[in-house]
Design a protein around this ligand. Sequence first.
Ligand code: ATP
Length: 199
Amino acid sequence: MHLKSLTLRGFKSFASSTTLRLEPGITCVVGPNGSGKSNVVDALAWVMGEQGAKSLRGGKMEDVIFAGTAGRPALGRAEVVLTIDNTDGALPIEYSEVTISRTMFRNGGSEYAINGQACRLLDVQELLSDSGIGREMHVIVGQGQLDAVLSATPEDRRGFVEEAAGVLKHRKRKEKALRKLEAMGANLTRVQDLTAELR
Ligand code: ATP
């Protein structure tokens, strides 16, 4: 599995549609300060479901939408499309090429799609969770983040390992199931109270 291409439209400084084609192996993005290198990395995190405005170096989520320049007006939407080569079947989906897209409008809300089919954020997260590019985004190491990893608490460090090993997805599912069980327990108690009252 490898990332094949990344298309940005109206995302941060990329007002016009821009496609980066990535080959297997190492890709270097070079350019002067402020030319948008980190914005490319932000786009990658964003399309994979990143929810934190701060992680995307913004104040609020809408900050990812092209805000306009002296010569070009602001846009109303941002879109990023990531194409992944899945010929080795690393992603649990029966397509040799997988496209994930995310669109955001200035009035809020994000739309996700997998291979052109609208889907939920959860579907994107689940698709990626076993691939090593999971929702906690530990595979994207931003400037200064290496220090944070080195000084992480043992608990946080366990989180990195769990994600890499694909355990995190199951832990999240377990937490969700336990929350449901708890809610069911409360409903059951209520039904028992009502039954007792009716006797
Ligand atoms: P450095 O080498 O200094 O780290 P860089 O190449 O990584 O720089 P980025 O941080 O990716 O640069 O890009 C910063 C530029 O993106 C700034 O000029 C900023 O104004 C622009 N930018 C960020 N968000 C938006 C937005 N929503 N609309 C328009 N431009 C934006």
